[in-house]
Write a protein that binds this ligand. Sequence first.
Ligand SMILES: Cc1ncc(COP(=O)(O)O)c(C=O)c1O
Length: 451
Amino acid sequence: MSAAPQLPQERRLVTAIPGPKSQELQARKLGAVAAGVGTTLPVYVARAGGGVLEDVDGNTLIDFGSGIAVTNVGNSAPAVVAKATDQLAAFTHTCFMVTPYEGYVAVAEQLNELTPGDHEKRTALFNSGAEAVENAVKIARSYTKRTAVVVFDHGYHGRTNLTMGLTAKNVPYKQGFGPFAPEIYRVPVAYPYRWLTGAENCAAEAAAQAIDIINKQIGADNVAAIIIEPIQGEGGFIEPAKGFLPAIVEYAKANGIVFVADEIQTGFCRTGQWFACDDEGIVPDLITTAKGIAGGLPLAAVTGRAEIMDSAPAGGLGGTYGGNPVACAAALGSIETMKELDLNAKAQHIGEVMLGRLRGMQEKFAGSDRFEIGEVRGRGAMIAIELVKPGGKEPNPEVTAAVAKACHAEGLVVLTAGTYGNVLRFLPPLVMPEHLLVEGLDIIENAFAGI
Ligand SMILES: Cc1ncc(COP(=O)(O)O)c(C=O)c1O
């Protein structure tokens, strides 16, 4: 099936951003929706497809966010729409735990095949990323009969009670929401740009420090799981220095600890490979996925070694909606599209174009007295720039926010991230047409020039 975009693939601004209809809706939102549910850009969407979002005022914006790394195949991708529509007409819900259906099994088979490693695997489906991470912890504890969970600086794993505890950043994710679950321990991650003794020492020193903390403060025999994002998403697209992840995997293996890769943001062709773990040949014991899996419908999964996955007793895993049949149909359409359009190759190409242009901007603006592009980093279509104050590495959240705002006003959706709020991150749909990618980068460059 072709994935021809349904909307004209062009940026078109007919009002200020946000336009009057969006502003009206935003006023209604403020009166009706809880304040805790924030909005990055209050432009209300009417339609979306390919690389664009069309708003209720008739503006068409270029999408460098993919709804936070979800619409990897583009919005309303034809195969997703066709399969989900057929499923909607056939039946919407039975509960897989009551009377099952083939779509769930087919998604599990696909995940068992596509995720790293050729060992025997099993999969369980859920609704959201946080729910998948919670279940990975349950399964690891059930298998190891241990309780401690190790996570990393700058990590993000969700907003439920357990996953808030696993998440590093306090504001806005945790402040005022405690107490958090016990038996969670945080260790350093190999963040090359900010490693005090230099990027070249980062992998070995960070791994040694992490392992030392586990041995001294927790005891390896007490650790059920080590959970890490192979590229940290909300933390600012931090790619651990090469060698760090293999060292942690080796330690986990030697100590009977379940190694969990949280690929909720990095999975499904986003980094130019099916999963970011593939880059260093990492084979996790369990892998959590969500976001890109189903082209925008809510679905999440834990996939992993059969003996670990099967350690939880029947009835111990699941939930009313987990693996909803419409979401499963959408996932099968989404995975089919990734294969047919070779979205790994598309993501790699997007990465080359973006890294080239952004490194050019890093040089061009090196003399600014307001900011420096400290680092350009990322893999595939998961690219970020970290902004600092001139002459050092002090985070520059002010300029980051100002550039994001300027991009939004020009009809380019960009997101910020980072523990210090000083990272601009770019996550275009992998079907983004090249001319829109280039136009989006032009807008970013102009935004910097206007600072
Ligand atoms: C790495 C990672 N884990 C977990 C989550 C939580 O997923 P969800 O928002 O679907 O609960 C996210 C969401 O951004 C994520 O990026």
